[in-house]
Design a protein around this ligand. Sequence first.
Ligand code: 13P
Length: 287
Amino acid sequence: MLVSAKEMLTKAKAGHYAVGQFNINNLEWTKAVLLTAQELNSPVILGVSEGAGKYMCGYKTVSSMVSAMIDELKITVPVALHLDHGSYEGAFKCIEAGFSSIMFDGSHYPINENIEKTTELVKICAEKGLSLEAEVGSIGGEEDGVVGAGEIADPNECKSIADLGVTMLAAGIGNIHGKYPENWAGLNFDALDAIQQLTGDMPLVLHGGTGIPEDMIKKAISLGVAKINVNTECQLTFAAATRKYIEDGKDLSGKGFDPRKLLAPGFEAIKATVKEKMELFGSVNKA
Ligand code: 13P
């Protein structure tokens, strides 16, 4: 059964570790993340971007697939199915489709409009027992074709949004989706510290988990980050493993390509990446 992310993130914030959100793109991806979470006895959040939702034939398909997989694979650790960077309309579609957690990314709206729309969603998610993530200060880099400027969140605006009753808050602190450039200034820990001082127990979310040095991840967790999103790193390891398999000629069985064999190395690569992240974030044995 899918659960809201509220309990797992409240525990993570209090216990000074973070729960990983791993974005899914297909069946193999989903299976790899779920099996790894179960093997490591870790709570987990499956992230679905609007683009990935469309690719997988819509949110109902995703929700049904994930729920059925939890059942068939006998997954007993807490699993939240979460809309990643949802639009206002996308949020309603995912609520309808049975997602257990929603991110409404209103960071590109003026703060008053972000507050207005977030308030509406707080009410609906509370009625349905779903967790809700809001965002203040955009995350840099590209996500589904939208390039964020990467502004640092204003701590007072974070407090205004946190006070609306959201479950968790994503704050831009210099983090970027995708690979970090050579001249990246690093995470802004002064901003994170100020945000956590004003938002108290609110679990904070770190987007752009790919390529952040381990010491920065640990420091971010010590300053209140309780959820870390990883997408690009799984894509990179999946692609590298698949490419190597083809280059080694291992899928040339003479009978054509067997998709199950072709995707197996990528599947194992995602499992290894998820394991490494869960160990780094400290969520192992926290289910
Ligand atoms: P990366 O793609 O940089 O890992 O970021 C993922 C993310 O933040 C999804 O919301």
